[in-house]
Design a protein around this ligand. Structure first.
Ligand code: GLA
Length: 383
């Protein structure tokens, strides 16, 4: 891995790529490296897509201007050996043609809105429908398929990227011009922090998240069923057969959804439970016991026993969509050159609950002019 990465960087340098440093130095303190930009590919309309490489505190990340996609995330195992722990592709063409949101920034609305419709202040809005009868992850052309404006920064011992995208009033059916900003920061401990911000000029709804598929043993190493997961949630939101919440906040106790104590992801995945049939596995929103918080608070811990790699997630959000990669069906070839099959990666999407615009009892996702949407999620890696 170490060797591969060096080769890639050397190749990038040979291709005339420049290091961008905002503080007059190419290196941040604490082992951080100022983000380096290279050309990743070109879209059909001629738009260039860039890839930014950044590293700090032992974490190495590659991010695309297309979809804010984390194309590669390398962290060391207990013996210091690096692996890419995120599923993805090698080319922009594959991301455009067939990505199931690999690594992407998701918006305007993470997860589903039933019938792709909601009513706000007496007006009903019809959204782009792209998942049966429902709207999923912002509709047909969500934020994962938009080219973001990316600016690198180094600040003290932190390095990072500021990604901006302005979504026009009416885009995918949503009201209001939504000015969106996502800041990816790597600190000197190697933690990856995402700060999301958005403002609107008309009342609207907003629910942004990140859709990295993790496999802490390394992308292309098989399934995640041995990973041990704990989620600080006593309840989850059961769904109907179209994966829209019924509105109930059901207790996890005594069900396959009980992750209050760490257990292998695959342990209960074959239990004959109606909810597992609907999701073709685990694909549900957990109601975090901490609720919405001003500061990021602990939500979940993931550990791969074979490599020793761990990831802790802290968030300001009240919910966590845990998706066990159920729809991966062997039809996509990943960056490691192998096909991705069911369960080869899992997503832990911090968010508000699915279909909140139609569920008055769920925490609100309404954003009004004059307000600023602000949420933060921190991923801390260890081994
Ligand atoms: C989310 C959803 C899943 C699936 C994936 C993308 O995690 O909950 O049902 O749509 O995104 O494939």
């Amino acid at each position: 891995m170490e060797l591969n990465r060096r080769t890639v960087i050397a190749g990038a340098a040979a291709a005339g790529i420049t290091a961008v440093a905002t503080g007059g130095t190419a290196h941040a303190k604490g082992g951080g490296r100022a983000p380096v930009k290279s050309l990743f590919g070109t879209l059909a309309d001629g738009t260039e897509v860039h890839r930014w490489s950044l590293a700090n505190g032992g974490t190495r990340m590659k991010v695309l201007s297309y979809g804010g996609i984390v194309q590669s995330l390398e962290i060391p195992d207990r013996r210091g050996r690096y692996a890419n722990v995120s599923l993805g592709f090698d080319t922009i063409e594959e991301y455009v043609a067939s990505s199931p949101y690999f690594g992407a920034l998701v918006g305007r609305y993470g997860n589903r809105i039933g019938q792709g419709r909601f009513t706000l202040d007496g007006t009903t809005y019809q959204l782009s429908v792209n998942d049966g009868d429902n709207s999923l992850h912002g509709g047909e052309k969500g934020f994962d398929k938009r080219v973001w404006d990316v600016e690198p920064f180094t600040r003290g011992t932190d390095v990072g990227l500021v990604l901006r995208y302005t979504s026009a009033d009416g885009e995918m059916g949503y009201p209001g011009t939504l000015r969106t900003k996502a800041t990816y920061t790597l600190n000197r401990h190697g933690d990856w922090r995402i700060d999301y911000e958005a403002t609107t000029d008309k009342p609207t709804v907003c629910n942004l998240t990140s859709h990295v598929y993790y496999n802490l043993a390394g992308e292309a190493s098989g399934t995640i069923y041995d990973h041990e997961l704990s989620i600080d949630a006593s309840r989850y939101t059961p769904v109907d057969s179209g994966l829209i919440p019924t509105g109930e906040l059901a207790r996890v106790a005594g069900t396959p959804f009980d992750f209050r104590r760490a257990k292998p992801v695959g342990r209960d995945i074959r239990v004959a439970h109606e909810q597992l049939l609907y999701g073709k596995g685990l694909d549900h929103n957990w109601v975090l016991d901490k609720g919405s918080t001003r500061r990021p608070a602990h939500a979940a811990t993931l550990r791969d026993p074979s490599s020793g790699r761990t990831m802790r997630i802290a968030t300001t959000e009240p919910g966590l969509q845990f998706y066990s990669g159920n729809f991966l069906d062997g039809s996509l070839v990943g960056s490691g050159g192998t096909v991705y099959r069911q369960g080869d990666g899992l997503c832990l999407e911090t968010q508000h609950f699915p279909d909140s615009p139609n569920q008055p009892a769920f925490p609100s996702t309404v954003l009004r002019p004059g307000q600023t949407y602000r949420t933060t999620t921190v991923h801390s890696f260890g081994a």
